[in-house]
Ligand binder design. Structure first.
Ligand SMILES: [Zn+2]
Length: 136
């Protein structure tokens, strides 16, 4: 299962970060999930939380919090970086784009030059945004 492997990678990476930062006990792990990544945030947080119970001692008690990473696009023609808001995408179109990111090219144009030729620079993937805890 894809989500399971992803959760495992998060736990491994969080453990390494905690050790690098010499944290004795991690209190919170903030996960950034890109809005174009079709993962149920609540379900994924629970999955990570579940795996933490059998993780290394220093991160076992951590709470998992998920924040949404906003999508960003870069125009290939004029190099402008823009968001969905800049491109004035409607609510329904936005939902379609979040479901199938390639749809962005159907519904969006570069707000600066009108080109449909742009790439997704942010909004995909999962990364650890922040780890907080206490040193002994
Ligand atoms: Zn442009």
């Amino acid at each position: 299962m894809h989500e399971w492997a992803l959760a495992e990678a998060v736990v491994t990476s969080a453990t390494e970060t905690a050790r690098q930062q010499k944290l004795a006990a991690v209190e919170e792990i903030v996960l950034n999930i890109g809005e174009l990544q079709s993962i149920d945030h609540e379900m994924f947080a629970e999955l990570v939380q579940g795996q933490l119970s059998s993780a290394a001692a220093e991160i076992r008690g951590a709470k998992v919090r998920v924040v949404k990473g906003e999508a960003a696009f870069e125009c290939q023609a004029c190099k402008k970086e823009f968001s969905e808001q800049d491109a004035k995408v409607g609510e329904e179109e936005r939902e379609a784009i979040h479901f199938v990111p390639e749809m962005a090219h159907v519904y969006m144009r570069c707000p600066a030059c009108g080109s449909p030729d742009f790439s997704i620079v942010r909004g995909r993937g999962v990364f650890i945004q922040e780890i907080t805890g206490r040193h002994d």
